[in-house]
Every structure is written in structure tokens, then in C-alpha cells.
Design a protein around this ligand. Sequence first.
Ligand code: GDP
Ligand code: IMO
Ligand code: MG
Length: 431
Amino acid sequence: MKKKGKSVVVTGGVWGDEGKGKITNYLGEQSDMVVRFSGGDNAGHTIVFNGNTYKLHIVPSGIFKPSIKNVLGNGCVVNPKALLEEMAVLKESGFECNNLYISDRANVLFDYHRTLDGIQEDRLGARKIGTTKKGIGPCYTDKVARMGIRMCDFISKDFKEIYRDVLKIKNEELARYNSPTIDFETSYQEYQKVADAIRPMVCDTISMINDAYDNGAKILFEGAQGTLLDIDFGTYPFVTSSNPSSGGVSTGSGLGPTKIDEIIGVTKAYTTRVGEGPFPTEMNDNVELAQEIRDRANEYGATTKRPRRIGWYDAVIMKYSCNVNGFTGLSMMLLDVLSGIKKLKICDYYELDGKIIYAPSAKIDDFARCKPHYIEMDGWDEDITGVHSFDELPINCQRYINKIEEILGVPVVIFSVGPDKYQTIVRREIY
Ligand code: GDP
Ligand code: IMO
Ligand code: MG
């Protein structure tokens, strides 16, 4: 009888940037393997330890410890140039990255995907998504249209012919938009070198992950983006092009759903969003407070440096996220940022056309018209950045957490009171 492993999924509660990187790095250290299962280098995961700050975009957050296997699963779109650049930066900081594996089924993100991302945004004009312009949408589009190039082909001798055929079609597309076309020979030569560098990392990660699980390994799935950015469950069309919610773990890694043991939702103590799209609890009526929070928490995109939009805690979308993900526990982040705010608000339902609703509307124009209803709670003044247990938190902070738990019906099993790894309090052991 084989020893069963343990798999822990960590996904973003709402619109990304909830602090997933901090938690996946924290839990990753206790894991044998850390797996990204969706998205690409549109992610920006901040990790702070030993006085240093690292920003990861495509490399999984277990990279800092050589004994952990880090995997980019089949559900990811991988820009191999961006990956090599990120690895070079990590190597400069002393992290060798010899522990990175890429699925042979992952789709490769090419330069033309980035160019087309920019073109599509321009063409949308006022309806633009506000993407990271990393080429994510166009790459997933090609995948679904069965025009993508996968890692197994990228590193094979067939790449030249496949790339020639695909680039011909892509150049026609670029020309249609009056964008400069790509010279096949030059581009091929360049990518051939990139493929040589990538080749040793490409393997059958599906067997790797399943074998590890069947042999008792601890496997952490590192979510990117967030549930409200999910192509199916998010605020469409203001979403990314993958399934970052927990349903994406099996399709994006090849570990079957019956082998998923724990699903942790990362949630900020307030709400943020970067990019376009409706945001019912956005602090439009209190831009000073929004700016204060932005400054205090350095709420600027880790990937694009754009200022993040700030809002009150939205328990409506988070409840929806709990349903969609099936969270077994929550990790509540950035609680320290709320210290000193006299009154805190939690949105417990929306009003739309005179009706009370408890879930986000599918139609984006309806969602944009939703009026948040708030529960007001007293804040706390104390600095909580040095707190080590739930009981040490000011009573109003405890009440705030308890109220959110009560509305969501899911326990807060981890909370965070600062960006550093040591500012993490675990209420229930995850492994
Ligand atoms: P991710 O995309 O979900 O990994 O999140 P980001 O790294 O993009 O954004 C989260 C930001 O919050 C980063 O700047 C983190 O360093 C920071 N952060 C995470 N947890 C805490 C916390 O508990 N308190 C404070 N003050 N900052 C935190
Ligand atoms: P992490 O992993 C926040 C947003 C973009 C845009 C939309 C589509 O750091 O939480 P895309 O480039 O994916 O086509 O952009 O999704 N977005 C994110 N927002 N955090 C992210 O990642 C994001 N990745 C994409 O701002 O609104
Ligand atoms: Mg981020």
C-alpha cells in the first residue's frame, strides 16, 4: 500500500494580489513540491524574508529552497524568455534554480502574443480590460484554437517547421493590424537558443506530481490571479484567460480532484483591484483613506506598477469565491494595514433594482450597478505587526475577523500582520 501524500491548494480570493506569494512561500517551505497550475508571468508574487524582497512572476515560490521541486504545470502559459530573465535575477541573488521543472504540455508564450495583447487592448478603446500586456489572452486563445505551440514541440527538432507555419498565420494577423511582422529566420534562431536553455527543465510533470503524491509527498499548488479574474467565474470580460480558482488545479496540473486535500483562500483584510472593471466597494467617496491605505501597504502592482484600486471588504464576492473554490480555510492578509482606521466596513449584500442580492450578477453592467450594503464595525488603534497569536489581537480586530468568518462560513486558519514571513500566525496547522 502506497503512502498517501497531502496536497494543499492556495488560491486568490477575489481580484489577485491578496498576498498569495507570502503564504505559498511560507507553506511551500514545508512542502516537497510547489506547483503553478495556471496563468503566466502576469502574476506578481511578493516574498519577504531575511530583510530581502523578491518579486516572482512565473517562477513558483518554492524556488528559494533547493530541496523543493518547483513545477510549471500544463495549465500555465510560459514565456521562455521571461522565465530565463527571472531565473537570471534569482541566480544573481544566489538562488541557483536547478529545482525547476516545466510541463511538456504547457503552451509557449511568444513575442507575437505580447504584441497582439497590446493591439487588442488598443482596439477595445474604452472597453479595454487593462491587461498586464504579457500576452496571456492571445496565448490562451491560441491554445484553445489549437494553434498553440507546446513545450514538447518547442524543444523538439520539429520546432522549426511548426514555428514557420504558425508564424506565417501570426504575421498575417499582425499585418492586418498594421503592426510590423516578425522575420522567421531571425526569430527562429533566437528561439532555438532559448529552447536549448529550457530543454533540460521540460518533462512529464503529470507523472512527476502523481508519483510524488502517491509516495507521500507534500504538494503545494500556488494560485496566481484570483477567483474574480477567472475566465468562467470572474467579472467577465474584465478577467484573465485562465482558471485560477481551485477547479483549475486538476486541469492545470494533472492531479485528479480526489487527490486535492486542502484548499486555502487568500483574502485581504480589505479589497483591491488592478485593471479595469466594476468594483462595488471601491472607496470612491473617500479617496484620501484609499490613498492612505495604498501608501501604507504599498498597493502598486508587482508586475505593472499600476496603483491598485482600494475598497472595503466585500464579503459578497468572497462568499461567492468560497462556493466556487470550496475553501477549507482562509488566510487573511494585511490586517495590520487597517490599524488606526476608526470605522471599518464589510459589505454583506448588494442592492440591485430594489432587490437584495448575495452573489455577483453575471452581466457586467448589472454588477456595475450593484450598490453595496455595509455593516459598520469599530476599528482598533494598536500596532499589530508584532502579534503572535489570535488572542493578542485587539478585541475589535478579533471581532472583525470573527464577523467575516461568520458571513463566509469558513474559518480563518492563517492571518498575517506584516509582509515578512515571520509576521504570519497559523491557527490550525495545514500539513
Ligand atoms: P500576490 O499577487 O497575491 O502574491 O500578492 P502581491 O505580492 O502582488 O501583493 C501583496 C502585497 O502585500 C505585497 O506587497 C506583500 O509584500 C504585501 N503583504 C502581504 N501580506 C502582508 C501583510 O500581512 N501586511 C502587509 N503590510 N503587507 C503584506
Ligand atoms: P497575481 O498572481 C492582479 C488582471 C489584470 C487585468 C486582468 C487581465 O499577482 O495576483 P491579463 O494580463 O491576465 O490578461 O490581465 O487580470 N491581473 C491581475 N491582477 N493580480 C494578478 O496576479 C493579475 N494577473 C492579471 O490587471 O485586469
Ligand atoms: Mg500580485
